[in-house]
Structure formats: structure tokens, C-alpha cells
Design a binder for this molecule. Structure first.
Ligand code: ISL
Length: 590
């Protein structure tokens, strides 16, 4: 056997399908997807061939951030159904041999969570469950000189106080909100209605562990851990020092001093050995990631990193401005993670999710939708790591052509745009909408397109977000009826992944590193003696122009089989050829 047993894990051999329940399938006509809607599509998921479903939050929530603001970790949101519906879902997945991972959102809760309600009221048991601090007094002279505006912090005109430090929220504006009742500020790295939990408090940790165990007892197979590397805040909460940080203060609260202790405790106390965990890791380097993962890590199975999601940030380094990305940079970034974690961790492979624009619109080409969607998929399924499909990716869904801000629901977009408008960053309405069309998380959140019907078959009611007008062309029904569709290509790739150990475990080696259009690499499995046992070659023409491919020595003339190709039948030997726009091929090398 080429892959030693101790290296194998079910979650390495799996393909994960991410469901954003609000936008997946609505069965009761309220315009919002629900859990029975997921149950209705279990055979669909099974046919596609996925192994694991990651269900975005379905807990009780006021939905300021669509469920990432949890009001009760042990209750299902009414709109989504009941606990009995959820149990039906779990049983339906398990009976089909699929697994379920839930979203764990424990950096913060909703302000409607009873812990926060009690904390805010000063109940001694919960007083310290969140991060409360006194502010900093502002001298009258600063106010008079116009250097201080109480309105910026939502304070009355006569207030002369600013937050305890200069940290900013990911959703724009200060990371602190003043509470009238306690006469203190509380920390929120996201919306003001998402107060950060105080992980320094052992009771908080105990509550979280118990809640996790409760879900494991119900039979789940793992957790996706929301912004898990933000949970430890440094003592004294010092001001940010890095002017380039993604938001002010990130250099202080990302990977805080006790983060490894906490993440290890989560795994030791609350995660069964065979469960899967995937940490969402903001601003994470390869070396830092290794400390969470692998044999000597904190017990986490794998990590989402954001390095490749930053390549198109604008000149000011921020997410809410638009910059150019290049194939070279994307190659370099992914290659760094492939090499860095080989044997020492495990990658999560994704190019989009519920927080990111659609991958075809961002990294591919809407003009070559089929070709580029299948090329991007070929990349994801022939890298080392676990591939994630975000709902609709398998039919090549694209960004939404927003015509006005009124069509946007996402708190991140609305708050950040408001902040940018305040700073006078937009030259016109078109300028603003351009950025929204490019960056808004709502691009990924429009309803799943099941058919060409009036609401794309998503609901009988009025959908909570508009349906993409391309539904008549882009939908599951027509994709399944067409053997050459993106959907069928995904199914073939998933089969391939299940059949070929080399595509799961093989080492990645980049060829032609300097090429600015072609992305070419091998995957290699060696036997116990170190001899090559299996090898594949992936060749991708990452762009809308034809390109000459000159195979490098070592692979030229090789190959006896094409494992998959997105232009149908191609030559089985690797030789000099013109590759068509977005052409992708995977060969088995001799
Ligand atoms: O959207 C982002 C990147 O494109 C980030 O600012 C994002 O908020 C960050 O990646 C954290 O995301 C997670 O936590 C948020 C929640 O809004 C996101 O949906 C979730 O994936 C707060 O819980």
C-alpha cells in the first residue's frame, strides 16, 4: 500500500458541499430556504457524489448577520424548521453514507443571546462573559479642535469619551459600542449586535465545550469553526500597530497569545477523535497554520486560509477596494500552501463560499463560463487537500448584476459602503455599484438555481434576495440534462478523486513556475522505498486566449491515459500543442 494507514483519514478523502440554507431550497413559500428544503435535495447531493455537507448556521438568531449571530446554540431557527427536521436531515445524510458538519460560531454571539442579555444587565454570573472596558477620556481641547466627534461612536454631543482602543470592526467603524446601562464599552470584531465572548473566562470555555458535546451526542461528524483564530485577545487590549493590517488592530487580535491553548482545549475536551474540524483562519500564514494542524498541532483537521482571497484587494490593501490579480500570484500563493502543509497539515481547497464573490466571475470568465468553471474545478480537485463546493458552483453560477444598493441585504456590504461613503471614496453611484457587484457577499447568496422557472425553482413565494436573471441558462435541471455540462464534469471529478489516491495524497510539484498563463503541476505518490508509484500531470490554460504549451523535460512524451479533460477527447501523450481558452487536462504519467 502506497499510503500508510496513519496518514489516511476519511475527511482527507472527502468532498464537502457547503449549504447556505437561507438560499438553498424553500419548501414553505416564505421566500427563505429551510431544512426540509435540504432534506428534499438529499438525493441530489448523493447523485453529485459529495461525502460531507457543511451546513451554515441554522441556530436561533435575529439574523443581523444571517445566523452568524447566534441567540441560542441549541435551538433551530423557526424559519428554517424544527429540531425534528434537523434530525431528519442528519438521518437522511447518514443513511446515504454522507456526513454532516455544523458551523461553530463562538468568537461572538448575538446580542440577543441570554448570556449577553444577562451580562449587559450586570448579572454577576455573566458579567464577565464578554469583553467590557472603560473608555478613554477625551480632553475638551481635542473636541474644540475638531479632532473628536462623539457622533462617530454613536454618543451624545456632550460626551467626551472614546473607545478603550483603536480596533476596527470587519464590518467597518469602531470595534466598540457604548452601553448606556453598564456605562461601559463592549468589544465586537463584527457587527455591534455580535459581541465578542471573553475566552479568558473559564466559564465561557466550559459552556462552549458542553454545547459542542451536546451536538456530537446528537450525532454530527464535525464542525467548521468560524474565525476561530480570533478568540484570544491580548492582555491590556493594546492599540493596533500595523498600518497595513486588514482592519485596525488585527495585528493584536489575530492569533492572540492563548489561541493555541484554547484550540487545543476545544479538541481535547469537546471533539471526538474521529471527527472533522476545519478552522476558518483569518490572516493566517503557512507556519502559523502548522501549529493548529498535523500530528504536533492543536488537533484541528484542516484550515481555510485567505491568502488567495487577498490577491485582488485594492491599492490601499483593503477588501473594500478593487485591485488586479494575476495567474502568477495565484499560482505562487497556492503553491506555497501546497508545499508548506505537505505532510504537516491539510489544506481546504476553495475558490468561493458564502462570503466571497462567485469564482467564475472572479477567477474565471463569464464569457467562457463552462470552460473556466471546469478549469477552476480541475484545479481544486487535483490539488492536495479537501475540496469544498459552495452551492451553485457545480452549475457555474455567477455574480449578480446589482442595479442598486436596495437589492443588497448583506450587513458587511451595507456597513462598509456606508463607511466609505462617509470618507468620500466613491466618485459616483456607478463607482459604488461597481465595487458592490465585484465584492459583495450577496453575490454568493442569491437563490440556488434549480430550474428555469419564475424563481428558479427556489420558492413559491417572494425570494429574500433576487434570483439571478441568468437562471434560464444556468440551472440544475438543464445542466443535468446536458452530458457536457459543468455539473457532469463535477461528478466525473468527484469520482476521479474517490478512485485515485494520488489525487488525494500525492505530493504537488509545480512545473513552468515562470509562465504567466499556464499552470502545470504533477502529483506524485512514492512507495515505502521512495520510488515513484503513481504520478499525474495537470495542465491548465488559465485565460481566454489560446496558448502554446511546450511540455518541460520529465513529462514530455509521457502519459498513457487522460484522466479528465474539459474539451472532450484529447491526445493521450504529452506533447507540444496549442491549448484552447481555459483548457484543462489531467494525465496519468507512466
Ligand atoms: O467576508 C469576509 C471576507 O470575504 C470577512 O470579512 C469575513 O467576515 C470573515 O472572513 C469572517 O467570516 C465569518 O465570520 C463572520 C461572518 O459574517 C461570515 O459569514 C463568516 O464566514 C462573522 O461571524
Amino acid at each position: 500500500m502506497t499510503v500508510p494507514d496513519h496518514e489516511r483519514a476519511w475527511w482527507k478523502e472527502s468532498v464537502v458541499y457547503q449549504i447556505y440554507p437561507r438560499s438553498f431550497n424553500d419548501t414553505d413559500g416564505d421566500g427563505v430556504g429551510d431544512i426540509p428544503g435540504v432534506v428534499e435535495k438529499l438525493d441530489y447531493l448523493d447523485d453529485l457524489g459529495v461525502d460531507v455537507v457543511w451546513l451554515c448556521p441554522v441556530y436561533e438568531s435575529p439574523n443581523v448577520d444571517n445566523g452568524y449571530d447566534v441567540a441560542d446554540y441549541r435551538a433551530i431557527l423557526d424559519t428554517f424548521g424544527t429540531m425534528a427536521d434537523w434530525e431528519t436531515l442528519l438521518a437522511g445524510l447518514h443513511s446515504r453514507g454522507m456526513k454532516l458538519i455544523m458551523d461553530l460560531v463562538v468568537n461572538h454571539t448575538s446580542d440577543e443571546h441570554e448570556w449577553f442579555v444577562d451580562s449587559r444587565a450586570g448579572d454577576p454570573e455573566y458579567e464577565d462573559f464578554y469583553v467590557w472596558r472603560d473608555g478613554e477620556a477625551v480632553p475638551e481641547s481635542e473636541y474644540e479642535a475638531g479632532l473628536y466627534d462623539p457622533a462617530e461612536y454613536g454618543l451624545p454631543r456632550d460626551a467626551r469619551e472614546r473607545p478603550p482602543n483603536d480596533w476596527e470592526s470587519f464590518f467597518g467603524g469602531p470595534a466598540w459600542t457604548w452601553d448606556e446601562g453598564r456605562e461601559e464599552w463592549y468589544l465586537h470584531l463584527f457587527d455591534e449586535r455580535q459581541p465578542d465572548l471573553n475566552w479568558e473566562n473559564a466559564d465561557v470555555r466550559e459552556e462552549v465545550f458542553e454545547m459542542m458535546e451536546w451536538w456530537f451526542d446528537k450525532g454530527i461528524d464535525g464542525f467548521r469553526m468560524d474565525v476561530i483564530n480570533l478568540i484570544s485577545k491580548p492582555e491590556g487590549l493594546p492599540d493596533g500597530e500595523d498600518d497595513e493590517a486588514i482592519v485596525r488592530g488585527a495585528d493584536k487580535f489575530v492569533n492572540g497569545p492563548r489561541v493555541h491553548e484554547y484550540v487545543r482545549a476545544i479538541h481535547d475536551e469537546a471533539v471526538p477523535d474521529d471527527a472533522m474540524t476545519v478552522g476558518e483562519m483569518v490572516e493566517m500564514s503557512v507556519d502559523e497554520a502548522k501549529r493548529f494542524l498535523g500530528d504536533d498541532g492543536d488537533g484541528m483537521s484542516m484550515a481555510f486560509n485567505f491568502d488567495h482571497m487577498r490577491l485582488d484587494f485594492g491599492p490601499d490593501g483593503g477588501r473594500w477596494s478593487k485591485g488586479e490579480w494575476s495567474v502568477r500570484e495565484l499560482k505562487e500563493t497556492i503553491t506555497r500552501w501546497q508545499g508548506g502543509l505537505d505532510g504537516e497539515g491539510w489544506n481546504s481547497l476553495y475558490l468561493n463560499n458564502h462570503d466571497e464573490p462567485r469564482m467564475v466571475s472572479r477567477f474565471g470568465s463569464e464569457a467562457y463560463r463552462r470552460e473556466s468553471a471546469t478549469l477552476l474545478a480541475t484545479l481544486l480537485y487535483t490539488l492536495q487537500g479537501t475540496p469544498y463546493i459552495y452551492q451553485g458552483e457545480e452549475i457555474g453560477m455567477t455574480n449578480y448584476p446589482f442595479e442598486s444598493l436596495e437589492e443588497v441585504r448583506d450587513v458587511d456590504t451595507l456597513r462598509n459602503v456606508e463607511e466609505l461613503e462617509r470618507k468620500g471614496r466613491f466618485t459616483s453611484d456607478d463607482d459604488l455599484l461597481d465595487l458592490v457587484r465585484y465584492r459583495s457577499r450577496d453575490n454568493a447568496r442569491t437563490p440556488m438555481q434549480w430550474s428555469a422557472g419564475p424563481t428558479a425553482g427556489f420558492t413559491d413565494g417572494e425570494p429574500w434576495l433576487p434570483v439571478n436573471p441568468n437562471k434560464s441558462e444556468v440551472n440544475v435541471e438543464s445542466a443535468r440534462a446536458d452530458a457536457s455540462s459543468i455539473w457532469h464534469y463535477y461528478r466525473d471529478l468527484i469520482d476521479l478523486r474517490h478512485d485515485e489516491d494520488v489525487l488525494v495524497y500525492g505530493t504537488y510539484d509545480l512545473l513552468l513556475p515562470e509562465h504567466d498563463r499556464l499552470w502545470v503541476y504533477t502529483r506524485t505518490l512514492r512507495d515505502a522505498e521512495g520510488c515513484v508509484a503513481e504520478r499525474t500531470l495537470t495542465v491548465l490554460n488559465f485565460g481566454s486566449e489560446a496558448v502554446e504549451f511546450e511540455p518541460p523535460t520529465g513529462v514530455a512524451g509521457e502519459a498513457d491515459e487522460v484522466l479528465i479533460a474539459n474539451y472532450g477527447e484529447v491526445n493521450t501523450t504529452v506533447e507540444a500543442e496549442t491549448l484552447r481558452p481555459w483548457e484543462a487536462r489531467v494525465y496519468r504519467l507512466r
